[in-house]
Write a protein that binds this ligand. Sequence first.
Ligand SMILES: NC(=O)C1=CN([C@@H]2O[C@H](COP(=O)(O)OP(=O)(O)OC[C@H]3O[C@@H](n4cnc5c(N)ncnc54)[C@H](OP(=O)(O)O)[C@@H]3O)[C@@H](O)[C@H]2O)C=CC1
Ligand SMILES: O=C1CO[C@H](CO)[C@@H](O)[C@@H]1O
Length: 315
Amino acid sequence: MAKAPTVILSNDVKCPQLGLGTWLSPPGEVQKAVKHAIDCGYRYFDCAMLYGNEAEIGQGIREKIADGTVTRDELFIVTKLWNTFHERDQVVPTCRQSLENFGLDYVDLYLIHWPVAQKLSGPFNINLPFDNAACYNHDFVDTWRGMEECVDLGIAKSIGVSNFTNEQLQRVLDAARIKPVMNQVEVTPNLNQKSLIKYCKDRGVQVTAYSPFGSPARPWKKPGDPDVSLDDPKLMSIGKKYGKTTSQVILRYLVELGAIPIPKSQNPKRIEMNIDIFDFTLDDEDMKAMDSFNCNGRAVHAMELMGSNEYPFKK
Ligand SMILES: NC(=O)C1=CN([C@@H]2O[C@H](COP(=O)(O)OP(=O)(O)OC[C@H]3O[C@@H](n4cnc5c(N)ncnc54)[C@H](OP(=O)(O)O)[C@@H]3O)[C@@H](O)[C@H]2O)C=CC1
Ligand SMILES: O=C1CO[C@H](CO)[C@@H](O)[C@@H]1O
């Protein structure tokens, strides 16, 4: 299977146009998923300290480097700084901890996971990350100084943000010595983020589209949520026209919007299917049909962060 094409980020670094998500990819499965994905042409891996699986992902990556399938410089490994490590002097040690988990010397991109800082009031529980943690006021520009130190030290090739509004991103851009190259946000047909993508693009910031299928396995899913439906008749008829599945149509739509989708899968067939989207384009009529799904239907709310002044999804 062919590799995803690349885009050039504002710091001249090449970034693949599709990656593998790894949240909820469990121990015992994620290593196989990563290795299979590398065999299928994936080069971008989206990770986070929060997901609790960096060690196993790193093992899969190192095995594929050792067997000669890929070299380290062909890969684009992304991980994220969790909310409880926003103090400037915590950033470099936390990045180093992720590297130790992976067994790697550097990450290609290090992201501030949320614009909200939290303080632990008890032990950190990776499975219930918002437990024992309270939001507090902390300027993420201070956190950004620590992110810049990661680049200075060569432990992160590029730095960026996740779940930042345009205004929050602008505050970082205005203060930055080293500019953010990425904002990772939810982008789906139900939440197509056209204005955020344009705002970022105009400022040289690439958008990564998380939860491209609306995160169907999210633990907080409730009946009545505005879910993305892979069985939607409109989607199915577009898929039929191109000989593609509805999931492939969605991923292609996100690429056409200018975003980099990072679908999570631990299923070999779906891992293969999700990267097989670079041999077709959606015409104007189908792009319009895809646009018609947009309904501000967000899947990831992080309600636990609502009390913060920096909560990004205020109405
Ligand atoms: N920065 C942030 O705050 C966030 C980042 N993320 C990142 O984005 C990634 C993707 O988002 P995520 O929330 O996991 O959800 P996705 O929208 O990627 O959906 C993943 C789910 O869809 C299933 N699936 C995958 N491919 C297909 C397919 N072709 N057809 C049908 N079902 C499919 C998967 O099951 P199966 O594995 O069985 O195939 C899994 O249950 C995360 O894994 C994480 O890396 C996500 C949320 C927040
Ligand atoms: O990446 C993510 C996955 O899930 C978390 C919740 O447990 C989110 O907060 C986070 O943004």
